[in-house]
Design a protein around this ligand. Structure first.
Ligand SMILES: NC(=O)c1ccc[n+]([C@@H]2O[C@H](COP(=O)([O-])OP(=O)(O)OC[C@H]3O[C@@H](n4cnc5c(N)ncnc54)[C@H](OP(=O)(O)O)[C@@H]3O)[C@@H](O)[C@H]2O)c1
Length: 296
């Protein structure tokens, strides 16, 4: 029986992958959630059938127990980790020596072209490893509209993103998880690289209109310059590698590089990815004034 280790298992894609794998009718595998706090993780919805193991990328002493008996691995780099040589490569060295026969890495759109991205350095490292692997490059997650921009939408009625008139084809992290689940459980994906997007690219004027319609109050697209955006994120005390990566992604959107459609989700799953309109409807309580709603 396969034993699948999921890193980042309490985050957007990792948690959704655990839930997806555990929800399948045929489960000829065990799912192990690699987490920093088992008690906290066990309380999450939809994970009761998972096994849990303590794991921290920056604590090499946790690696051996986490990898014990594992033959498939979902690798997710936490945004907080930018020094991948120090905190991810030592783990990958252990993976290469372990029984892992297939690794799926969740990278990001454009990472193959952009050396400054931490995920680019991981992709390059994977190519030198003997462990068979598959790379997923998702476009931006719809969940960013909650986790990164949600408070601004809720409190200031604005979408503060420096993308000019450019478009983004947002994907729901739960759909990235479905793809990850397919790749971890079906054969034939070794050495492949898949870009995944949602169904429809949209500029932020259209997204502003979707929010305004759903929330019943005016939400404005603020389209700041990239410099203004960087200064704002610095005031919010976000880490510099994260600010730079986010700014580069929105710069790519501004210059028309994020508006394409990939058919990979449909090819791999047979259905269409979720629509942004539906995501905004489903999570509308989050952006309502005085709301205490939390998404997960
Ligand atoms: N956001 C986007 O639009 C987007 C699009 C494409 C790709 N990506 C890529 O997706 C990745 C982030 O994935 P995500 O959004 O699913 O994650 P996330 O929601 O930010 O969650 C991060 C996960 O990593 C765990 N974690 C944090 N520090 C850790 C450490 N030192 N050791 C072990 N685990 C640790 C967290 O656990 P705790 O609960 O303990 O904190 C959590 O489970 C990044 O590599 C990013 O480049 C993002």
């Amino acid at each position: 029986m396969d034993k699948i280790l999921i890193t980042g298992a309490t985050g957007n894609v990792g948690l959704a992958t655990v839930r997806f794998l555990l929800s399948q009718d045929v489960q000829d595998y065990k799912v192990v959630a690699a987490v920093r706090g088992i008690e906290r993780a066990q309380k999450l919805e939809g994970v009761s059938k998972a096994q849990f193991v303590n794991f921290e990328f920056d604590e090499p002493k946790t690696y051996a127990a986490a990898l014990k008996g594992v033959n498939k691995l979902l690798l997710i780099r936490p945004n907080q980790i930018s020094d991948v040589s120090k905190h991810i490569f030592p783990f990958l060295d252990q993976v290469e020596k372990s029984d892992v026969k297939h690794l799926v890495f969740v990278s990001i759109v454009g990472a193959q072209r952009n050396r400054i991205f931490a995920n680019h350095r991981i992709e390059t490292h994977l190519k030198k490893m003997s462990t068979p692997h598959t790379i997923i490059r998702p476009s931006l997650y719809m969940q960013n509209l909650i986790t990164l921009h949600g408070q601004d939408i809720k409190n200031n009625d604005r979408v503060y993103i420096p993308a000019g008139a450019g478009s983004v084809n947002y994907i729901d992290a739960r759909d990235v998880a479905i793809v990850a689940g397919e790749l971890l459980t079906k054969p034939g994906h070794d050495g492949k690289e898949y870009e995944i997007t949602g169904q429809e690219p949209m500029d932020f004027y259209k997204i502003e209109a979707l929010f305004t319609k759903e929330l019943g109050r005016e939400i404005k697209y603020a389209h700041p310059s990239t410099i203004k955006f960087i200064r704002q994120k610095m005031r919010e005390k976000k880490g510099m590698p994260f600010i730079v990566t986010l700014s580069l992604l929105y710069e790519a959107a501004r210059s028309g590089k994020m508006g394409h459609v990939s058919g990979v989700f449909k090819e791999l799953t047979g259905s269409e990815p979720r629509r942004l309109e539906d995501f905004i409807h489903e999570n509308r309580l989050f952006w309502m004034k005085e709301s205490v709603f939390e998404s997960k």
